[in-house]
Design a protein around this ligand. Structure first.
Ligand SMILES: *Cc1c(COP(=O)(O)O)cnc(C)c1O
Length: 379
């Protein structure tokens, strides 16, 4: 029987009521139920395409075998992890707050800073979850749109955003466009909007190598969010963090649930931070594989955009047919063509060189029977 809201059912907040459920189409179900055949290529959610090195699994196993019994809560301050992060980011441990994924950080920032009616500015298109968190707090979200969504939005932000905007959100590299907002631009935004909290979402920072972290001590209104879900290969255990001055961290801690970062996540994140060589070689491999993938797709007539993150974008006449065709050979990519101003675009996560060669082989096979598969619009 369908679940329908009854007339007397309690109503959620008016802000939540106005939202549409995020249709989280993940390929996990399809992958789990796939029959034998081609190994799946999961390229839809920008996770790392390889597992972390064995030492990380080892650390989790040691943990399970008794360092810290499962019946106890995790370390509430994530001290070991924050200390390891302090080394990694070059800021003191008390300038770091560990969260349940970087989504946890974005949600916490919204709940701490936003009141109904507040204005929030984001570039467009961008990471949809942030917009949901902001709207759930009753904020009015102003999407700053450039004619060319692949250009940097700084000038438009400076021109269009109200000086009273409570929060300005810039993902860099941005998802889904891959656009990087340079550190100098972040500094200009922080300076131009002293009343606004400027959030720079650096979920893909390691792939671009470009960060605004060194600005955090300089600007009282800057927060940077990061994640272990992308290049660090541990999306399953949900760990992220934010960087901000102790004044901001102090306010955030009033709402932060210290139990929200589970103990296994803390162990895994602390262990993976020690694996510098693994990380650097994966990032380098993704960069090389990305450029080969772009060339291979272009050679087949596709309109492709590379990015400074671990994904590329294809603009297609028929994005749905492409996604479906790839699924028939166990390749899962993300149709982003329904985003306003982004029609035709499909996002493909970049993995290792071997995986991307495999992808091209499968595409070639499909092209034999569907020669127009990669065709761009209006050709
Ligand atoms: C993937 C992604 C996140 C979410 O990361 P989690 O740490 O897994 O919550 C945040 N921001 C952007 C821009 C992303 O693409």
């Amino acid at each position: 029987m369908a679940h329908r809201a009854r007339r007397c059912a309690p109503s959620p907040s008016r802000y939540v009521k106005a939202l549409t459920p995020y249709d989280a189409v993940s390929s996990l179900g399809k992958i789990a139920s796939a029959k034998e055949g081609l190994p799946p290529l999961k390229l839809d959610w920008n996770e790392s395409t390889i597992p972390p090195p064995p030492r990380v699994q080892q650390a989790i196993l040691e943990f399970l075998l008794g360092k810290h019994p499962l019946n106890w809560y995790p370390d509430l301050s994530a001290r070991a992890l924050r200390e390891a992060l302090a080394d990694y980011v070059g800021l003191p441990p008390d300038w770091i707050l560990v969260t349940n994924g970087s989504d946890g950080a974005l949600d916490l920032l919204c709940r701490t800073y936003l009141e109904p009616g507040d204005e929030v500015a984001t570039i467009w298109p961008t990471y949809g979850h942030f917009i949901i968190f902001a709207k759930a707090c009753g904020a009015t979200v102003r999407e700053v749109e450039n004619e060319d969504c692949f250009s940097v939005h700084t000038e438009s932000i400076l021109r269009q955003v109200s000086p009273h905007a409570k929060v300005i959100y810039v993902a860099s590299p941005n998802n889904p466009t891959g656009v990087v907002t340079p550190k100098e631009d972040v500094a200009r935004i922080c300076k131009a909007f002293p009343e606004s909290l400027v959030i720079v979402d650096e979920a893909y920072f390691e792939f671009s190598g470009k960060t605004s972290a060194s600005l955090v001590p300089e600007f009282e209104n800057l927060v940077i969010t990061r994640t272990f879900s992308k290049c660090f290969s541990i999306a399953a255990v949900r760990v992220g963090y934010l960087l901000a001055n102790t004044g901001i961290v102090h306010e955030l801690k009033k709402l932060h649930n210290p139990k929200s970062v589970n103990a296994i996540g803390q162990v895994a994140a602390t262990a993976i931070l020690q694996e510098r060589e693994f990380r650097e070689s994966f990032v380098q491999e993704v960069q090389t594989a990305r450029e080969s993938l772009v060339s291979a797709l272009r050679a087949r007539g596709a309109e492709v955009r590379s990015t400074e993150a671990n994904f590329v974008l294809l603009r297609l006449a028929n994005p749905k047919a492409f996604v479906q065709a790839l699924e028939s050979v166990s390749v899962y990519v993300r149709d982003r063509s329904e985003i306003r101003g982004f029609s035709g675009y499909v996002r493909i996560t970049v993995g290792t060189k071997a995986q991307m060669e495999d992808l091209i082989c499968r595409i070639d096979k499909l092209l034999e029977s569907q020669p127009t598969l990669l065709e761009p619009p209006n050709k």
